[in-house]
Design a protein around this ligand. Sequence first.
Ligand SMILES: O=C(CO)[C@H](O)[C@H](O)COP(=O)(O)O
Length: 222
Amino acid sequence: MHIAPSILTADFAHMGDELTAIFDAGIRWLHLDVMDGRFVPNISFGPMLIRSLRPIAEQYGVVLDAHLMIADPDRYVEEFAAAGCEYITVHAEACTHLHRTVQHIRALGKKPGVALNPATPLSAIEEVLPDLSLALIMSVNPGFGGQRFIPASIDKIRRLRTMLDERGLNDVVLQIDGGVNKDLIAAVRDAGATCAVTGSAVYAPGRNRAETVAELRQALGE
Ligand SMILES: O=C(CO)[C@H](O)[C@H](O)COP(=O)(O)O
């Protein structure tokens, strides 16, 4: 089970320290929430910030995973590939030609992911599942960190796990994103997720980052 902290709720004035704190605690997967103010009602950051944190991530061998909550993401996938993202995830709801976008990311030598909003059924990705490296289930409505986990997401993870297993797609990362904390992380793992995005559970105001990471590991029985 990968723990993938999202920097959305980190202290942007001290980003270098925020990263080394979690990497020193053993984190090797970083989730980058890119928001455009159109697909979601919030604006976060873009490829420029990712380029600037890339050397620190490379020093520790950390996977950079970009979650593009942006309209018409084809316009920008090349920039995120050049910025050093290994996984590039787009939203099914934001793509007119999802299969083409997935192939575009693959052709750039990157690992394509597709995210689904809470109201979007799994059937929206069924046809592209064999082409994916990652499938992301949103367990909050995208746009903001610190929201409450939607309980129905557990069953959605289970159903996606079954779809992947039935097709022998065991290498596809099943990522869950939104409201995952120490009380929920074992349940999402048990339902079949293989990567948990944790924003405010790691980057909680005033909390020691090594301690928040250790709490999540403990909850997983590691
Ligand atoms: O995609 C996101 C919001 O759109 C964030 O990754 C997600 O919400 C993580 O933050 P938290 O763990 O605080 O919910």
